[in-house]
Write a protein that binds this ligand. Sequence first.
Ligand code: MN
Length: 737
Amino acid sequence: MPPDVTASPVDQLFAELEAKAREARPRDDFAPLEKAFRFASQHHKLQTRESGEPYMIHPLMVAHILADMRMDVVSLETGLLHDVVEDTSVTVEEVRKAFGEEVARCVDGVTKLSKLDFFSAEDRQAESFRKMLLAMVNDLRVIIVKLADRLHNMRTLGHIPQAERRERIARETIEIYAPIAHRLGMGKMRGELEDLAFLHLDPEASAEISKTIETHRETSEAFLQKIRRTVEAELRREGIPARVDGRVKRAYSVYQKMKRQKINMDQVYDLLALRIVTDSVKNCYGALGVIHNEWRPIPGRIKDFIAIPRPNLYQSLHTSVIGPEGRHFEVQIRTEEMHRIAEEGIAAHWKYKEGRKGPAADEQQITWLRHLVEWQSDVQDPGEFMSTLKVDLYPDEVYTFTPRGRVIVLPRDATPIDFAYAIHSEVGQACAGAKVNGRIVPLRYTLRNGDIVEILTQPGHQPSKDWLALVKTARARNKIKHLINANEHTKAIEIGQKYLEKEARRLGVQLSKIGEEELQRAAGDYGYAKIEDLYAGLGYGKMSARQALQKIAPEHFAGEADEAATPAQGALETTPAQGPPSRDDGDAVIKVRGVDDLMVYRAKCCNPIRGDAIVGYVTRGKGVAVHSKMCPNVQNLMYEVERKIDVEWARNTADPFPVKIMVHTDDRPGLLAQITSILSSDNTNIRSLEARTESHANTDGALIEMTVDVRDKKQLEKLVAAMRRISGIRDVERMLN
Ligand code: MN
């Protein structure tokens, strides 16, 4: 029946709806649909929307969205009736009498969902989620109708005059409804909800991205057209039937990419995407081959979601390639059926309800919801329930708990140190260890969802520089950096002063007789404002104490050449090769003779351990490097004798040293077990262990590389000797780095 041109817009919308629904489901009975339309029109008769239109336009548009997804008649009836209980005097009972149990249940569910408040205090929020889940499990059409309702409300959100109300609805959409659509595999719904919410939540960013996309539209489309033709021709040649679409990515997904990778719009390469829809899984892989044959794939960007579908049952092959003109673009390859699931997810199910059996997709979705609901009934703490639900909706976050049940949300891969700083920066600062679920864990432990974390603190404990590599939160990183810098500066001042005093004694300069002004003047010569800064410079090894003394007491050095003017100085001042600065807050296991607390660190080139003969060397900007006397670098360094400092191992500390050991063995089973049993019988901690085969001239062997913690050289020698006694061990070496 062609739409009647004389009919009201409302009647016309209904005529179109019915035609659309009939086309999708020719065998269904549409009498109840018309009845629902009359019923809802009657009750909404006197109402208007914010836009001034008749209210009935809204339920009709919701039903249209559902009809576009080819949902069944019950869903369309629910779409038409979804606001009658909420906004008119009609009761659920009346709906039940007029339209039956199924429709009444769905309308009731949608009405209840409308009343949920997701942004209240945490427990009520959790309660809202719980109710929503129950409604969803009861009948998934409830959430599908609710999503269609939300989509139409988002499309018309601009008509709402109050900014806070708009923002609240947009925020609820992006935080609650879009993730649920995603979870239910409804890619198209999710995409539109996100883009509309983004438009209202961050109009500037949204407009900027859309504008950039718009300015490049012509060239983008020409480019897409070109690669599309190439792909179509190549696929034809291979006999792969396919539909190829080009598209520019959505604004919100571009925005997320920019945020996630901390890049700007110019750096988002693959704004363009190509989609190939073919007839079979075999041809999907065939098409992937065609693409890779034509353009070079970017390593690490090939993803097989056909073999391993996403949790929301999404299936596709993804790849990114470097196309013509060096432009990157993404290609998604899938079958018709995968495409429907990708676009409509759970909603795709209702299409198959009549006639042939539908895919198992919805069964799994329902299983997912059932699991959550069953599980939530076991959980007493609503906060915990909430977190677990969010875990599924937001996979990049980890939900952890304090022993008292407070929820601490951290980024994925966060450690107990992040947790400690999240509680309070003082807890972070004093964090000396952690217990997770009652057991002591190392601080590098990766927190998992549901972990109950207890931070063990020790008054006066200080964060170490190593922590910077362990933390994932900016908060913890900043606090640690700040404290380390402050500590180092204080320490450098102290060291510098002592270093200067020591050198003065050695050279016979009487510092006690030198006034403030001389020191101040010398500091000024180096460009420092304060004497303290001069000390700090000395502590960091920026200049030698002798050079400083020459400036402080020039008369004492009268007749000597000005050291600072020596041409070779520059070359001598270069930092010796001992890796990146690893200035700890002082290596407590080493003492510098005659001076306490000098800023020392073990050189990376030779990694000395207790018991090794050692020697210290003041380096530029890093304090005192302690080398093994056997270290080849020492010979090169030591010709500048005045920088040499005597050092010795401190007693009474049991701190272990990591040592790398290389074991050459025959390639036979059981050897590794023997080695580890030696280590464990000695209580030696193994930090890492890696074994690989090694092919020498004519004998096959294996190479085991490991890092173990030892107290001192004696323990190491004992271990090495024990290992050498194992038959099949060819050699054991200590690696210097
Ligand atoms: Mn509504």
